[in-house]
Ligand binder design. Structure first.
Ligand code: ACM
Length: 685
């Protein structure tokens, strides 16, 4: 090739790269910000971080601000004193009140002379600091802040993360580091799921049996620990909304106080995961006396004006099978249209109204899962939609404030893209402008049947950051899934420096599983595995209890495999290029070469790994996945040769390839190969 040709090619490449970057509006974006701010203008200058920034903060009525700045500066530059560098000037108007949805707006400017943050409230300052933390760029071992002018404010006021601390108890340290993660991506509500069938995880001084006998492990938060978490969250501008899930999901309550139960059964602490439909008795006055005392205690502990009363997954079987309760429903005309069949939904609505009254008496706004929606439910109740977008829209149309969680369930192990493309108010929303105002925002939800305190971080992060961006950034500022994935690794790295253990824990588990053997082959397999999706893990022949350790290969597998995702992107681009003139371009040749290297590695891995898998009883169940990975790699290598030589695949080849891929799709040990869909595409099947 002549030198001129190389130059032309290189020039064409640069131009293409530039055009792509320009298209994505990131031609000059030196830092990966997430969530994307409403308005960003990058300059050409830079501010060196070689000297410690000097804080200029004159009046600061909010005691949270100074420590937040100090934490940031320590992470940015170390505990350097005295600060001799450029000025970091912070100005704000008043103390922000997160529980009143106070303003989080801020402006952040970096010039070669210094940094300035301006905000109407201290909440805005905290959000600006989160942005500032994502700005530093490393170049030739020197760190600098790029010149930038940012004007930012959230799209939705309620941006939550639900952490289930009931199925597996999550110690205070775990909650705290996740609060740090939330603050980093501007999530502002911790929805703390404190009670469920398997445990009542908060100390009650009024009803101490709740936390002492409700679970088999006896783990709970003391009220002092709750205060500690509340203070930690408040210092980061995060509200804490407790959930006491009722009338169902209450086996732990009933074990502790059998007078709450609806029938004559005897209950022991529940150690399985499946929904019980056990429910407390809504027909007895003593139930409300109990709740009244419990709420007196718990509403005083939690300052947030919202209080989550659950309400999900009660099919009413406890009520319908108890003659006394059936008689109550009949006597109170809680029957369906036929005038005879008792209607558990009406009884639950009655229960909700009673609970609502108890909470309103204490100035609290009640939140419930979408099952509680019904024509008789008072409008001030907030509905949290988890069973589908319909719940959200129906509730808003009935005049309820609403939260979206459907689409944001992290425990289903779906992709960040699937959450990212779920919008509470998409362009085709059926809601009127007035109804749209009722959409407060949404919450990512991390249910903990398959996440203990060790695994939790890796099931939340980094995918929750994609939800955070969807809820914070204006629709117009976000530019699609590929652009989100481009920035996600940087956020993931940031979260790690903040103390999240989402990367280190899976890797440590792999090392444990490998024992004295080289961990690399196991890592190669684990990198392309994902846990089975949705609720399938409950239904694949492996019996889980609250005592089952979550330390198998499936627990080290990422919820979304980055290796498989990148493989998919590469496959898409090679397949798109095939057949076109560009198919023979050097770019495609390079991509094909990258694919080939990857496939050769996967093909060779099985020989190294198979003996380890077979010799280790805890790994043996995963042996088929390694075999299948090698088989898929082998057929894709053949396919690449076909593509490169312009050979058509024979019918026999296609038939055998299809067989290999069908086999490779089968999960083992509740994990599955995450590359199969892309493999089918490349194979042309
Ligand atoms: C729920 O996931 N049962 C609210």
């Amino acid at each position: 090739m002549r030198k001129a040709d190389i130059l032309t090619k290189k020039g064409a490449w640069l131009l293409a790269a530039f055009m792509l970057a320009a298209q994505l509006g990131m031609a000059q974006a030196p830092a990966a910000l997430m969530p994307l701010p409403a308005d960003v203008h990058w300059g050409k200058g830079r501010l060196s971080l070689s000297k410690p920034l000097k804080l200029q903060l004159d009046a600061s009525p909010d005691p949270a601000v100074r420590p937040a700045v100090r934490r940031l500066l320590t992470r940015l530059q170390g505990p350097a004193e005295p600060a001799t560098g450029p000025v970091l000037q912070i100005r704000y108007g008043r103390v922000g009140q997160p529980e009143k949805f106070d303003e989080e707006r801020y402006s952040l400017r970096v010039t070669p002379m210094g940094v300035s943050i301006d905000a109407p409230t201290s909440l805005g300052v905290l959000r600006a600091l989160a942005t500032l933390e994502q700005l530093p760029v490393l170049e030739k071992k020197q760190r600098y802040l790029p010149e930038v002018d940012i004007q930012d404010q959230p799209r939705f006021a309620w941006r939550g993360l639900l952490i289930d601390a009931a199925r597996h108890f999550m110690p205070v340290a775990v909650i705290k580091r996740n609060l740090d993660g939330m603050a980093a991506v501007k999530l502002n509500v911790l929805h703390w799921h404190l009670t469920d069938d398997q445990g009542f995880r908060i100390e009650s001084k009024v009803f101490p049996r709740l936390h002492t006998v409700g679970s088999t492990d006896g783990l709970y938060y003391t009220q002092a620990e709750v205060q500690e978490v509340l203070a930690y969250a408040a210092a980061r501008g995060i509200r804490v909304v407790p959930e006491f899930d009722m009338p169902s999901h209450t086996t732990s309550w009933i074990v502790a106080y059998p007078r709450l139960k609806s029938n004559d059964s005897t209950y022991a602490p529940y150690t399985s995961w499946r929904t019980t439909n056990v429910a407390i008795d809504p027909t007895r006055e003593s139930t409300y006396t109990f709740l009244d005392s419990l709420f007196t205690e718990m509403t005083a502990l939690f300052p947030d004006p919202y209080f989550h009363a659950g309400g999900d997954e009660n099919d009413g079987r406890n009520w319908r099978r108890t003659p006394r309760i059936v008689a109550y429903m009949q006597a109170n005309n809680m029957v369906k249209a036929d005038g005879k069949t008792v209607d558990k939904h009406q009884l639950q609505t009655y229960f909700n109204r009673r609970v609502l009254a108890l909470l309103q008496k204490r100035g609290k706004t009640m939140i419930g899962w979408d099952e509680i929606l019904g024509p008789d439910l008072p409008k001030e109740t907030v509905i949290q939609s988890w069973r589908g977008k319909k719940g959200l829209n129906d509730a808003a149309k009935l005049g309820h404030p609403v939260l979206l969680s459907s689409g944001y369930y992290l425990d289903l192990n779906l992709s960040a893209a699937s959450s990212y493309t779920t919008d509470p108010l998409p362009p085709d929303t059926p809601l009127t402008p007035a109804e749209q105002k009722l959409v407060l925002g949404g919450e990512a939800a991390m249910w903990a049947e398959f996440a203990d305190s060790t695994v939790l971080d890796s099931r939340i992060w980094p995918r929750a950051a994609a939800v955070a961006e969807r809820l914070w950034s204006p629709q117009a500022a976000t530019q699609g899934v590929a652009e989100m994935y481009r920035r996600l690794p940087a956020v993931s790295a940031e979260l790690e420096t903040l103390g999240l253990r989402h990367r280190i824990v899976p890797d440590r588990l792999l090392k444990q599983l490998a024992g004295s053997a080289n961990v690399a082959p196991l890592r190669t397999l684990a990198e392309v595995l994902e846990p089975v999706k949705e609720y399938k893990r409950h239904f694949q022949g492996y019996t889980y209890t609250t005592a089952t350790l979550l330390n198998r290969l499936v627990d080290a597998a990422p919820a979304e495999s980055e290796t498989a995702r990148r493989f998919g992107v590469l496959v898409d681009s090679v397949v798109a290029a095939t057949g076109s003139a560009a198919g023979r371009s050097s770019a495609t040749a390079r991509q094909v070469a990258t694919l080939r290297t990857q496939l050769l590695r996967w093909q060779a891995n099985d020989v190294l790994l198979q003996p380890q898998l077979l010799l280790n009883p805890t790994l043996r169940e995963y042996a088929p996945l390694s075999t299948n990975l090698a088989a898929v790699a082998k057929l894709l290598l053949e396919r690449l040769t076909q593509l490169q030589t312009g050979q058509a695949a024979s019918a026999a080849w296609q038939a055998s390839a299809k067989k290999v891929l069908d086999v490779a799709q089968a999960p083992a040990g509740q994990a599955e190969l995450a590359i199969v869909r892309a493999a089918r595409k490349l194979a042309g099947l």
